[in-house]
Design a protein around this ligand. Structure first.
Ligand code: DGU
Ligand code: CA
Ligand code: CA
Ligand code: CA
Length: 195
């Protein structure tokens, strides 16, 4: 989508419970590469919503959800290290990504490091590695769940990567793939320090 203006961030924005970006284009954190030490652009608190945002390069570590959250109509023009990270320690956490899309995530788009269930619906992904990865080497081996509904993937290798040995699950409906993609890649998670 076209933007309504640009905002260069010089530090991570810690949001309140509701943030509407008005379709402005936000950029300016990190180096646009794959270094794991980059800061996020936006931190969304437990229960919070971020919506109507365009994220452009450099996009650092994208959006962090500290707990349950909603990410609505957010568009990544060029994903940074990853696009968003879901971090709740509660198994009842629910995260929702509804609408929007992501391009050029060289590795992961959505990174699920905490517990709970991520629903991704009405979302487009283009030119990326994995749309979703349940952390395979986080120190806490939570069960993680993903629900994908209404996904269009182009030039993307994998939709979901999950750790079967930790009881992760992935559900899919209304999936359209252009080119070829692995729908679900099953891994064996190994916690950090136990490799
Ligand atoms: O503990 O080592 O790549 O959040 C974390 C893991 C690692 C993450 C992940 C991320 O998988 O750092 O971007
Ligand atoms: Ca990473
Ligand atoms: Ca990128
Ligand atoms: Ca990351």
């Amino acid at each position: 989508p076209s933007d309504t203006g640009s905002v260069r961030l010089t530090e991570t924005q810690r949001l309140g419970s509701f943030f509407d970006g008005g379709m402005k284009r936000y950029y300016g954190i990190g180096d646009g590469g794959q270094s794991e030490s980059q800061d996020p652009m936006f931190v969304v608190p437990n229960g919070g919503t971020i919506q109507n945002v365009i994220i452009d390069a450099p996009a650092g570590d994208g959006i962090h959800c500290e707990g349950s959250c909603t990410i609505r109509n957010v568009w990544w023009n060029d994903v940074g290290e990853d696009a968003a990270t879901f971090k709740s320690s509660s198994s009842s956490a629910t995260y929702l990504v509804d609408g929007g899309g992501a391009k050029s995530g060289s590795d992961k788009v959505f990174q699920h490091n905490g517990a709970g269930t991520l629903t991704i619906k009405n979302f487009q992904v283009h030119n990326s590695g994995k749309l979703y990865r349940a952390c395979g080497n986080c120190s806490t081996s939570y069960q993680r769940h993903v629900v994908m509904d209404g996904i269009t993937a182009r030039s993307t290798k994998v939709l979901a990567g999950i750790n079967s040995n930790w009881g992760d699950t992935a559900r899919f409906s209304r999936i359209t793939v252009y080119g070829s993609a692995t729908i679900c890649e099953r891994y064996k998670g190994v916690p950090k320090g136990q490799e």
